[in-house]
Design a protein around this ligand. Sequence first.
Ligand SMILES: *[C@@H]1O[C@H](CO)[C@@H](O)[C@H](O)[C@H]1NC(C)=O
Ligand SMILES: *[C@@H]1O[C@H](CO)[C@@H](O)[C@H](O)[C@H]1NC(C)=O
Length: 365
Amino acid sequence: MHTIQPLLTYGLAVGAVLSSAAPTAVEKRASCTFTDAASAMASKTACSTITLNNIAVPAGTTLDLTGLTSGTRVIFEGTTTFGYQEWSGPLVSISGTDITVQGASGSVLDGDGARWWDGQGSNGGKTKPKFFYAHSLDSSSITGITIKNSPVQVFSIQSNNLSLTDITVDDADGDTQGGHNTDAFDIGSSTYITITNANVHNQDDCIAVNSGENIIFTGGTCTGGHGLSIGSVGGRSDNTVKNVTIEHSTVTNSQNGVRIKTVYGATGSVSEVTYSNIQMSGITNYGIVIEQDYENGSPTGTPTNGVPITDLTLNTVTGSVSSGATEIYILCGSGSCSSWTWTGVSITGGSKSTKCENVPSGVSC
Ligand SMILES: *[C@@H]1O[C@H](CO)[C@@H](O)[C@H](O)[C@H]1NC(C)=O
Ligand SMILES: *[C@@H]1O[C@H](CO)[C@@H](O)[C@H](O)[C@H]1NC(C)=O
């Protein structure tokens, strides 16, 4: 049994006692507890520990914890809420080096996304705030955070050496109330990202790697969304995906299990991607889908070969799709899929695709 040691508090609590007063910065690095967002933001570089206790972030405001002093610890306690406004967010942004972000036991960041949900996600309707920017959050960790009902995408990751452990994204309400494009982890231009034991129920990708290197997603549980995705790759400023391992994870009641998308007419590369020990069930579109024909977010049916997919390993990727789904679909450009090693791949319950093209040797549709 573990007990949580009480934190030593060196300074006076600020904000907690004078939450109606104008924000004032504390002078020394202290262990600070805040009950309002403005005080926390005003004092963020002065506190060695920032405890956010039941913060209500005002509408249209980012809980801006960027530029933290190296070594700072941020603890979310209780329920963090956010006022309603149509805007693009983010609701939370944290940056710095050697930062520890933790969710206290029972804590939740509640987006109350139903206020924005209209079934259109980021494609139209209300402008919806993204939830959590981890941009330039380097050599850092985020642990034990629970996000509930995000308006749209949840974690936007653009960092180096960031680990995310025991993260829960619970957008289950979005299944029936119009949640859309609620990607849990979107990764771009990042290196050494490790996501361990994520528990996700959403309505878009569980993870989507658009660019980056040396990325691991392990022990994930993904429900309701679009699956474990690479891409779409191409058409951005960074179009290289290299050395990504997605392993020991389950995907249930989702559109796809395993998915790699590259962009029609674009350039870039996807290499050294491994899916290992992936178990899927209740997949409604494709068990495994790899296609090089995306344009403006949709498949065109015509693949191009400017974003080659090489050294793709699938090892023990198994499970079932619904009867109306396709088990495996591979649509590659001419010569742009090679050096694939698939072992222990078994997807059942649906139909075989008749539209696969340029399938590399050793692999079958
Ligand atoms: C990131 O991690 C890698 C591998 O552990 C290490 O080589 C590199 O120096 C780290 N980079 C930073 C900025 O800490
Ligand atoms: C691939 O990424 C993992 C995880 O960051 C790292 O440990 C490993 O060294 C990388 N492999 C190569 C060949 O760079």
